[in-house]
Every structure is written in C-alpha cells, then in structure tokens.
Design a protein around this ligand. Structure first.
Ligand code: MN
Length: 591
C-alpha cells in the first residue's frame, strides 16, 4: 500500500483535508521506522499505512489519521513525545502519547492483561479517538497474525473476541466489530469455522442470487410509489455473528432468517416507514419480527426498521430499512460523530468538544467509568470475569413502563433491573411485575419484557438477592448498602426489631394463657353462706383470693352483690373502718 492510496481515500469524503499534514506525518514515520520490519517481512511503514487507512474508512479527521501514522514512533523508535509536539502540535502529540501509554499488549498473565484493559478504558474516557486508533492498529495486527507463533495467535484472537469486538459493538461500530470478529474467528475456533464455511457457503451464494430478483421487484414498487431509493443492497451475515446465532438456535440454519438480508436506504425517516408499509403490502410479515429501532434505538444507538416477510416463492427474508445517516452510524458508531461534526464546519468549536466524550452517545463510557470505580479492589480474575459479564455478555433489552430501554446481561433479574434504573429503586424494591404479571424477584428477564418495580420505602435490601443477581452493579450496590448501614442505625433497627419481637412474644403469651384458661375444666363455683343464707349474688375478691376453708367475711357492694374477702384482707379492713354497716358475716358451704 502507498501513501497515494491513503490520500485518495481521504479525498473521497473530505476534499479539503490537510493533505500536507498527512504527507508530513507519513515522511516522519517512514524515516523514524527506517530499517524496521514486521514479522511478515514487510517494511514497518506498511503497518502504519494500514492503520491510517482504517481510520480513513471511518472518515476521521486529518489529525486523527496523522496520529495513526505516528502511533508507534514513541514506543518503537528514538522519537520522544516532545519531538512530536514540536513537529505536529499538541493535539496529535496528545493522541500519540495516549496510544504509547496503552503500550503494546504484552502477555504476562491475567494481571498484565487487566492492567492494559484499565489503561484502555482510562484513555477512552479522556479521548475516544485514542481507542479508535488502537482498534485500527489491532485490526492490522490480526490481519498479519499468521506470522506469529500459534499460541500467541490464539491468545490475541481470543482477546479480540472477548474484549475488543464487544467494545466496538458498544461504541456502535458495527463494521469494525464484524471485521475484528471474522478475522479472529478461525484462530480461536478453527474446526467450527471450517464446518460453518462448508455448511453455508452455497446457501450464501444461492440467497444472493435470489435476492437480486427480490431487489428489482422492490425497487420498481418503491419507485412507483414515489419513494426515492438511495441504495438497495444485500448484506450477508458475518460468519462469526452467524456462528454465535446458530448456537442459540440449536444449530438449525433454517431458523436463521437474516443469513442474507436486503438493505434499503432511503432519504428520510418518513420514507423508512413508507417503505415498510409498501413491503408489507407486497408480502405478509412474520408476526413478532417487526423491529422499530428508529422509535426505540438500541442502547449502542443503532437505528433501523427491520421486518421479516414471506417473500417471493414463500421464502423468508429480512429487510433492513434506514436513512444514509443511520447507515453511517450503524457502521461507524461513535466515529460517525466526528464525521458529522466536521461536516457541519464547526471545526474550532467542535474541536474543544471532541477531546471529551460526547455526552449522550457515551452514556455507556460513563457507566464503564463508574464500574471501574466500583471494581477497583477486585482481583484481576474477578475484574475480568465481571467485566465480561457486565458489559460484554449477551445483552437483553427490557423496558420500563414508560418505554425507556434498559440493557442487561442475559439472565438478569428484576433486582438487576431495579439497580440499573436507580440505586434507591433497587434498595426499596419490594416486588416486580413483568408484562403486568406479578413475578418473583429472582425470575430471569427476557428480551423486550416490560418491567415494573414495586417500591416500598420501608423495604431494605436482602442478603438473599446476592444469590441470584447477575450484574456486578447490583451486587456491589447491595453489598455497599450493608456496608454503609452504620452500626448505630443498625442498632436502632436492631432495637426496633427486638422491641417488636418482645411485643409479639407478649401477645402470644397472653393468647396462650387465655387459651389455657379456656381449656381448663371450669371448677364448680364454691357456694358461700351470707348471713347464714345461700342464693345471694357473690363475688370472690381478687385482692386476697379467698379459697374454701379460709376464714371469710363479706362486704355488700352497690351492684355486684356480696364481695367475699379473707378475714384478714387489708382492703376489707379498710372498708370495715369506713362503712362498718356494710360488712356482713360469711362462711363456706361444704360441697
Ligand atoms: Mn501498531
């Protein structure tokens, strides 16, 4: 590859680019790396041109491409960062320094690996362009992987599948993600790769032929209806992405409807929906397969309309409908942001903006930073494991009752959902409804579930939740809650709990006593002679509790008859003093 190829490529999307700068960077890098060779035997400059070319494919600015050409100078030659700054200015020096700091990924166990990842995320938070250069660097390294020893090949390819490609996906760079995966796939799963190839190659070719026919039918119809088609093309599903999907569908190729899909690009959103309507009029859609990612974009900002229909001859075919802007964003994701910024000609104002992550699109990068903070005490093994689970595992998309999208790892529960919405929602989570049905908090959520959390302000997190939550975020927040609960507030709560327990015991005791009393055989009420006669209403006094055999006296009350006391009862004696006339003689009648 030559510098002219690179310049030509840049010219296609930015005729006014600073070509002098790029040429200068090229000459500088070529001189600095003079005599160095790649493992493939090529001159080192080839690696730099390829890296720069990949950046140009993402339509990035001259500064970023120049930094791509210079990315290995500080790391691999005598050149210092000061030299770069002197020759190329602060911005390019900053980018080159960022990449040099990332260093070459060296493999000395998990610890080293994790350190590098931490560095990547740190760099990403500072200026995402550093990571874009890193991705392009990595892509070319993968493309020349066959020159490395086999065990290195597998390790680098595996790391790409586990970390780099998912990272690309999360940044919305579908194009680069697919390339990174497809180039790594045969190194990590050579047997499976070969099998898949044998299985689908013919089908791919056959489908593409068939879609040419469909293509012309659709184009005619759309033209008739006055919809201007900017582009229609068939796109084949990438091999690795197909491999992953087949695993989820019992390896049944007939269930994969988007092996080859037809992609239609029209000028605006209105035309997207019109196109969808026209296709549905032509062919019957499969129920449940119409996806409106325009009204509800994926978390990585992917937008498009998808539908699957019974097409010509009853074959099941997927259509993807989008605008040119959506198409660029689907391919280049976060990188497309710079493209548009520069197109609008707001160069100087935007320049300030771009060194920081653009707010809305990089919500996820922020989330990642937060997560880094929470994970800082993790051992390297834990770090890697939870990173894969929290950010890169197969994701499901679920909805709040208001229609906001929350993305979670496969197998996540309502408690994970609650903590993803807000820490307080998690802490006060008392129950959950999935699609309007009450469910247990531990039930795994499914794609597109609508989840409603029932909040109870008195509710506190439960240690049991730790047994089933899937996200590290929920886990660490539950643990934090228990940590944060200070000893004193726990003491207060403890007292409350104890107080209530004691009260409960008392109530229970009373109940027991009452039931005992009821169950005891009521004794015959003893009879008492009052002034020598029976038949009076009598009442055995509770103060002294007279029993048959005790010497007794009675006291005439107003309305409870004769109150019978022991003869030496203090209360009786008091009454005797005050109202001697009311005291009357009493004795037990033998039973
Ligand atoms: Mn490199």
């Amino acid at each position: 590859m030559t510098i002219d190829t690179l310049l030509k490529k840049i010219k296609t999307y930015n005729p006014d680019a600073d070509f002098e700068l790029i040429k200068k960077a090229y000459d500088f890098a070529k001189k600095a790396h003079q005599g160095q060779k790649r493992e493939s035997g090529e001159d080192y400059i080839q690696h730099l041109l390829r890296t720069a070319c990949c950046l140009a494919e993402m339509k990035l600015s001259a500064n970023t491409i120049a930094a791509g050409l210079l990315h290995d100078t500080v790391e691999d030659t005598e050149i210092t960062n000061k030299d770069i700054q002197k020759e190329f200015g602060k911005e390019i020096a900053f980018l080159v320094e960022g990449i040099s700091k990332l260093g070459k990924i060296k493999y000395h166990g998990v610890q080293r690996h994790v350190e590098n990842l931490r560095k990547i995320f740190l760099a990403m938070a500072k200026d995402i362009r550093v990571v874009l250069i890193k991705f392009c660097d990595r892509l070319h390294n993968l493309e020349t992987l066959n020159y490395l020893p086999p065990e290195k090949q597998k390790r680098i390819a595996m790391e790409t599948l586990e970390i780099y490609a998912p990272l690309c996906y999360r940044l919305g760079m579908g194009g680069l993600k697919g390339r990174l995966e497809d180039v790594s796939f045969p190194y990590v799963y050579p047997k499976e790769y070969q099998e898949l190839l044998n299985q689908v190659k013919e089908q791919y070719e056959e489908r593409e032929k068939y879609l040419k026919k469909v293509n012309s039918v659709v184009e005619k119809k759309l033209r008739k209806a006055g919809v201007r088609v900017i582009e229609i093309h068939s796109r084949s599903k990438r091999y690795y992405s197909l491999y992953k999907k087949l695993q989820r569908y019992d390896n049944d190729l007939s269930k994969i409807y988007d092996l080859v899909a037809l992609r239609i690009i029209v000028k605006d959103v209105k035309d997207c929906y019109r196109t969808l309507g026209i296709i549905h009029k032509l062919w019957k859609p499969l129920p449940g397969r119409i996806k409106d990612y325009i009204a509800m974009p994926k978390l990585n900002t992917y937008r498009s309309l998808h539908t699957t229909v019974f097409c010509l001859g009853g074959k099941i075919i997927e259509f993807q409908i989008r605008t040119p802007k959506m198409h660029k964003e689907a391919e280049f994701g976060i990188a497309a942001h710079w493209y548009y910024s520069e197109q609008r000609g707001l160069a100087s104002r935007i320049k300030k903006l771009i060194t920081k992550a653009p707010e809305k699109k990089l919500q996820w990068v922020k989330q990642l930073q937060e997560w880094q903070e929470e994970a800082k005490d993790f051992s390297p093994d834990e770090y890697l494991k939870s990173l894969k689970i929290d950010f890169f595992k197969n994701r499901i998309f679920v909805f709040t009752p208001r229609g906001d999208v929350i993305d979670l790892p496969d197998g996540a529960t309502a408690v994970d959902f609650a903590y993803a919405v807000h820490t307080e929602v998690g802490n006060q989570c008392a129950g959950a409804k999935i699609n309007e049905k009450m469910v247990s908090l531990s039930q795994p959520l499914k794609n597109e579930d609508v989840v409603e959390i029932i909040i109870d302000k008195k509710r506190i997190p439960s240690q049991d939740w730790l047994k089933f939550v899937k996200t590290n975020m929920a886990r660490s927040r539950i643990k934090n809650w228990f940590k944060r609960e200070s000893q004193s507030s726990r003491l207060i709560k403890g007292k409350q709990i104890l107080g209530k327990a004691i009260q409960d015991i008392k109530i229970k005791e009373k109940k027991v006593i009452k039931s005992l009393k009821i169950s005891l055989k009521p004794k015959k009420k003893p009879k008492v002679f009052i002034a020598g006669k029976t038949g009076y209403l009598i009442n055995l006094a509770k103060c002294c509790d007279p029993k048959p055999g005790d010497k007794i006296q009675a006291y005439i009350t107003k309305d409870q008859g004769a109150s019978v006391h022991k003869i030496d009862c203090a209360r009786l004696k008091q009454a005797q003093k005050k109202w001697p006339q009311k005291i009357i003689q009493a004795s037990w009648k033998k039973q």
